[in-house]
Design a protein around this ligand. Structure first.
Ligand SMILES: Nc1ncnc2c1ncn2[C@@H]1O[C@H](COP(=O)(O)OP(=O)(O)OP(=O)(O)O)[C@@H](O)[C@H]1O
Length: 351
């Protein structure tokens, strides 16, 4: 996704919520419907998986795979991993994706484990956003390639009704909040639509989630009355809120597409810290542990790489050609990574 505007919206799918997107609301609830005079939208279907996803501290993660050899990279993260497999929330295995005759992904394989903070980097147009959409179930891989959610293969898109247990949220860099809805209606939209909770309870949860991202007293405002940074926080709150009356609350993975693109350095830092704060290893603005089990950030920004993620996957020419811990990125001897990290014109990446 390479929109130049940097606005967040969220897409969330879960057994109770259905697909929700950055476009228009699906089937507006009574309160939301009042403001939404347009046509009804099909309710999205559900991402699912049966998954216990035991929390696990991954420590320092895997050693870096510092090789410029795409045939080796083909199998990175798959098949030769002897660590516990039970904490894998999402796995892409040999994923291929073409648009028409243009082949974008040529065998992408990686695993996202419970508790991880992972970045996907790589040159423009190399397919990073495509990978996020495939993880979210918005795009299906070509015939070659599989996506596993908590160990169970997803067939097709976000419609595998037989799988349950993992919520996946996608926070878009572009696509705004619903302009005609208040902040309360935007943040609570998922619950107004899909839960049996009372409006009062939803309002309480909205306030709580706004507070968690450092926003208070903005519930009655319209998006047009917010600054750009506030809109991002509102969109993040919308991706965090969930129906806490359910007996089982599934872990959530958040996928961020270029969350800091176009921001000044200080605004970027605020967003990077916010991403950390809502992660289970972080602490939100209320001082409570974050709710997000794992997240994946697509980014070009060095500050975001350094500050917001622990492990990196480098995507180039349709494959993961390097993976390693964030601190290994700038010292890598892989010519692709070295060129990218230094911004040099000399090297294997041609523009
Ligand atoms: N729905 C689509 N139909 C046709 N082509 C597409 C579609 N989505 C993406 N592409 C193409 O696939 C390629 C990869 O796009 P993608 O947005 O995934 O790259 P990216 O690595 O995220 O790029 P950037 O860093 O510039 O945002 C691009 O050439 C893009 O034009």
């Amino acid at each position: 996704m390479s929109s130049s505007t940097v606005l967040w919206a969220s897409l969330r799918s879960s057994p109770s919520t259905g697909l929700r997107g950055h476009q228009k609301p699906l089937i507006p609830s009574s309160s939301v419907r009042r403001r939404w005079g347009g046509s009804c939208w099909d309710r999205g279907r559900k991402i699912l998986c049966a998954c216990t996803a035991p929390p696990r501290n991954w420590g320092d993660g895997p050693p870096s795979l510092d090789t410029y050899n795409s045939s080796i990279s083909k199998n990175l993260g798959v098949g030769n991993d002897v660590r516990d497999e039970h904490d894998i929330l999402i796995e892409c295995r040999d994923v291929h994706k073409s648009f028409g005759d243009k082949q974008i992904l040529r065998g992408v394989s990686f695993k996202i484990r419970h508790g991880e903070a992972v970045g996907i980097v790589g040159p423009s147009g190399t397919g990073k956003s495509t990978v996020l959409k495939i993880m979210a179930g918005l795009l299906a891989p070509d015939k070659q390639g599989e996506v596993f959610i908590c160990g169970r293969k997803r067939h097709g898109l976000v419609s595998d009704e037989e799988i349950s247990g993992l919520r996946i949220g996608l926070v878009f860099q572009s696509a705004a909040l619903f302009d005609s809805l208040t902040v309360r209606e935007n943040v609570g939209f998922l619950l107004y639509e899909n839960s049996k909770m009372s409006e009062d309870r939803i309002a309480e949860l909205v306030a709580e989630n706004l507070a968690a991202v450092g926003l208070k007293g903005v519930e009655d405002r319209l998006p047009s009355e917010l600054s750009g940074g506030m809109k991002k926080r509102v969109a993040l709150a919308r991706s965090l809120i969930f129906d806490n009356t359910k007996e089982v609350v599934e872990p959530e993975v958040l996928l961020y597409d270029e969350p800091t693109a176009g921001l000044d350095p200080i605004a970027s830092t605020v967003v990077e810290d916010l991403i950390r704060s809502v992660h289970m290893k972080g602490e939100d603005a209320l001082g409570k542990p974050g709710k997000i089990a794992s997240y994946v950030v697509v980014t070009h920004q060095h500050s975001t790489i350094k500050r917001a993620v622990d492990r990196l996957l480098f995507l180039y020419e349709g494959r993961i050609v390097w993976e390693g811990m964030t601190h290994e990125f700038t010292t890598s001897t892989n010519p692709i990574v070295r060129q990218f990290a230094s911004g040099s014109l000399d090297g294997p990446i041609k523009y």
